[in-house]
Design a protein around this ligand. Structure first.
Ligand code: HSE
Length: 434
């Protein structure tokens, strides 16, 4: 049988890795796919020194690939929302299957793209969009298909995890670690996407859709970054038996779905709390399987290429199958998606770590406890540190039981209004993940 012809758009880190893996493992991949896979064209603005493309035709225009009648599958690895969006729609219009690593594109335009793909009977595969080399899309979409998924929580941005790990282990400054992550090629073109949680929110939006069978709703995800975290809080969390991770959490509740990315204290003895450096991990809790944990490289040349090529193998196997019998893009049949709403953050429930800077006066602790108890907020643990020499203030650290976000916001306002409380109360959410 003739090989399937693919076109790679973008020859950067992931594009170069994809070309190399396809070439190196060509025989093994063909044995798996049932057909050879040939890179028939590449669109790239400049060569990639880590990639020996030989005689493969190269164009500077990505639309040459989308319009090339020889090409069966377009691999979109250019990133971004605008041009990638046009490219993917053009490829679909021309009846080509698409493989993409573009989380922003899928999270923001996925509903439209999948609808167009269905009309044309083509596949749009996106395993590489979430957690690089970890096959977590396939695991949730297919491996956990028996389950009613209750929640998932993931460390899904390697750059952020690298920064938090270095801050905790080496006491390094935030900006210094970010620079290193950029040099290692993990950070997004705009690193605020990493540190402000936008990249993680893109990935969480995708995971939530395939876990709960809801349309992609990136605009409703709550996003809080790690730029305000201090080493003091990292250390206090440690003293309380927790680690701070930048977590994406999606949870199904009776009133709606929580979809939130924020720094989170998690018990230090959980496996996921020990995922360090640029590594990613996603924990999924289903009613039948219980909790499962998927761990691996969340970015990088070949780990991400591993997912791109796995998608390509899936596409090659399924391209001749009746479109009705393929695995649905968002795991659930498109006419069976649920309209269970995404909850606003103040309707979400979590436990909280609070750090209060108080004057060293008698009765402050009692006032703090009263404010919390009046709002039905139960204190799980409390730690009062020694007076700090530089300002004479006493850091008071509390961990609460689970409570509605709106309730904690109200309590924080009351705490900050106390004469004996100085400055803002630091609030970080706590998840037990059990
Ligand atoms: N900037 C992303 C990260 C790359 O750091 O995880 C992979 O999506």
């Amino acid at each position: 049988m003739n090989p399937v012809k693919v076109g790679i758009c973008g020859l950067g880190t992931v594009g170069g890795g994809t070309f190399n893996v396809l070439k190196r493992n060509a025989e093994e991949i063909a044995r798996r796919a049932g057909r050879g896979i040939e890179v028939a064209q590449i669109a790239a603005r400049r060569p990639n020194p880590k990639c020996e493309t030989g005689s493969t035709p190269i164009t500077a225009d990505i639309f040459d690939v989308a319009n090339n009648p020889e090409i069966d599958v377009v691999i979109e690895l250019i990133g971004g929302y605008t041009l990638a969006h046009e490219l993917v729609l053009k490829a679909i219009e021309n009846g080509k299957h698409v493989v993409t690593a573009n989380k922003a594109l899928i999270a923001v335009h996925g509903n439209e793209i999948f609808a167009k793909a269905r009309e044309k009977g083509v596949i749009v595969a996106f395993e590489a969009a979430v957690a690089g080399g970890i096959p977590v899309i396939k695991a949730i979409r297919e491996g956990l298909a028996a389950n009613r998924i209750n929640w998932l929580a993931g460390i899904i941005n390697g750059t952020g995890n690298f920064i938090l790990t270095e801050m905790r282990e080496k006491g390094r400054a935030f900006a210094d670690v970010l620079k290193e992550a950029q040099a290692l090629g993990y950070a997004e073109a705009d690193p605020t996407f990493d540190v402000e949680g936008i990249d993680a929110a893109h990935k969480l939006t995708i995971l939530a859709s395939i876990a709960f069978g809801i349309p992609l709703q990136f605009d409703k995800a709550y996003t809080e970054g790690i730029t305000q975290l201090t080493t003091a809080d990292v250390n206090y969390a440690e003293a309380l038996g927790y680690r701070i991770k930048h977590l994406g959490v999606a949870r199904r509740t009776d009133s709606g779905i929580e979809l939130r990315v924020h720094p989170t204290l998690i018990p230090a003895d959980r496996l996921i709390a020990n995922v360090n450096g640029v590594m990613n991990a996603v924990m999924v809790n289903g009613d039948a399987a219980g909790s499962t944990l998927f761990y691996g490289a969340g970015a990088g040349m070949e780990p991400t290429a591993s997912s791109v090529v796995a998608d390509l193998v899936d596409v090659v196997r399924a391209m001749t199958a009746d479109p009705e019998n393929r695995v649905p893009h968002l795991a659930f049949q498109p006419d069976s998606l649920s309209d269970h709403p995404i909850l606003p953050i103040d309707a979400c429930e979590s436990a909280y770590y609070l750090r209060i800077q108080a004057k060293d006066h008698p009765g402050v602790l009692a006032q703090v406890a009263t404010i919390l108890s009046e709002r039905g907020i139960n204190i799980e643990s409390i730690m009062q540190m020694e007076v700090e020499e530089h300002d004479g203030l006493v850091p008071m650290i509390l961990v609460t039981h689970r409570v509605l976000e709106s309730r904690i916001i109200e309590a924080i306002a009351a705490l900050e209004a106390l004469d004996d409380v100085v400055g803002n109360v630091v609030r970080i959410r706590v998840e037990q993940l059990n």
